[in-house]
Design a protein around this ligand. Structure first.
Ligand code: GLP
Length: 247
């Protein structure tokens, strides 16, 4: 594991964006596994900026997103499809047919998940997987207790996840209770994983995930076993790490 402590959210975003840029420059037709949530917004802003300056080209890049709420179609403003368009894709030159997000509008979980795993396979796997982390240690929507050996599947969201994500919806009751998510197996098969975390609310779970036991109780803890994991934290998210890692 390579651990990078940044001194602010902006610095974290820039450092993570630099690593994604390097991937795109080294392999212009790479497959990025992208993530939603508040944490990666700054990363996308930075990448858009470099794209506008002519430093990056997404023409051959494929993006395969981590997850989607069950029941929300593309037009729904809180769908992850919509999030990705608004925060990233509509500002860069990625081709529309190179964009994949699980189809939240399709209630047939078996078909959605099987086809999604086939899409990942057909593209030769994910070159770089960007991840945030939930306050309960979830990655994608793999909640505590998720089996490590699963591919894409349908999950029931924990109450703490619904509460945390409520800020994007009119009320807690509007937050979907289910999602489609790449499984831990899919994430672990990515060639490189880039985990980012920001803010004091993530400090304790970051320590547990990176330095605690590897257990399905903390899904992100499996990342300790990944052969090419880079973690970029802002100052606040790194607050609980053992001192030798924050100096
Ligand atoms: C959601 C997403 C995760 C994300 C997490 C944390 O549950 N499915 O991929 O990592 O939220 O979000 P945030 O970055 O807003 O804290």
């Amino acid at each position: 594991m390579k651990l990078i402590c940044a001194n602010s959210y902006q610095d974290m975003s820039r450092k993570a964006a630099n690593l994604i840029s390097a991937q795109v420059i080294m392999k212009p037709n790479c497959v990025l596994g992208l993530a939603t949530g508040g944490t990666p917004e700054g990363v996308y802003k930075q990448l858009i900026d470099w794209y506008r300056k002519g430093d990056l080209d997404f023409d051959q890049v494929t993006s395969i997103n981590l997850d989607e709420y069950v029941g929300l179609g593309h037009e729904h403003e809180q769908s992850y499809w919509y999030f990705m368009q608004k925060h990233f894709f509509e500002h860069i030159n990625i081709r529309p047919d190179h964009i994949f997000v699980p189809d939240g509008a399709n209630p047939d979980a078996e078909t959605v998940c099987r086809e999604y795993d086939q899409i990942i396979q057909r593209h030769g796997g994910i070159d770089l997987q960007l991840l945030g982390i939930g306050v309960d240690g979830h990655i994608g929507f793999n909640e505590p207790g998720a089996a490590f050996e699963l591919g894409t599947h349908r999950v029931r969201l924990q109450q703490s996840t619904i509460k945390a994500n409520q800020r994007y919806f009119a009320s807690e009751a509007d937050v979907p209770v289910e999602a489609y998510t790449m499984g831990i197996k899919t994430i672990m098969q990515a060639h490189k994983v880039l985990l980012i975390a920001s803010g004091p609310a993530k400090a304790a779970i970051v320590r547990e995930a990176l330095f605690g036991p590897v257990t399905p109780r903390v899904p992100a803890s499996i990342l300790q076993m990944h052969p090419d994991l880079t973690v970029v934290l802002d100052h606040e998210a790194s607050a609980c790490l053992p001192a030798e890692f924050t100096a």
